[in-house]
Design a protein. Sequence first.
Length: 254
Amino acid sequence: MAFGAIIIGDEILSGRRQDKHLVKLIELLAARGLSLAWARYCGDDRAQLTALLRESLAGDDIVFSFGGIGATPDDHTRQSAAAAAGVALVLHPEAEAAIRERFGDETTPLRLRMGEFPAGSRIIPNPYNRIPGFAYGRHHFLPGFPEMAWPMAAWILDTWYADLHDTQARVEASVIVYGAREGDLIPFMEALEAEHGVSIFSLPSLGTVTQPRHIELGAKGEVAAVEAAMALIKAEMTRRGLVWVLAQDTRPAA
């Protein structure tokens, strides 16, 4: 299983609003020793969203979807999720109870529509206004509002996936290497990964007016393994006659 994100909304794709969910989800996962494997953006198009959800529902990944679960004409997530899963869209009894509790005598059919989820869904509590999100399988559908979605995402990770939290500290460190060609370093990087159980990354840069062309070369993994890998990286760069400088201090891995 891997973690994925789907972020929905024409306003994101048009640039009217800047997406904040991706960075926050990465932060929430990293705080629990987890990481994000992929992310997709989709506009408010029911057919495109249905196709995307049909593809992701066919896999085993744990997916967080942000946006489009309201009842306005541009909200298609609930309908698309039901269509992708091949099930009916039904009023969830717990969602109905939460909505009626929230609105009392002002409960309307339109407001109850926000509790219509794919048959077989579980509700996700919303501490902000009590209008729940829903989960279908390993997919979790949250509002587009950060003040609602982020506490809900944290609750999901701590309630349903606590057994996946990685308590082993993981870090990353890197050096800036000048004058290196990335292709020449690939065999060395592959050997480091195989021998030390770390993830090696290489981020080439074309350089700027103030900084020459370079590669940021580093390792991610458990503390001792990263320390050993970085020592070998520094020694190998020196052996090859390449100039290198520390890119940053060792830090928690994303």
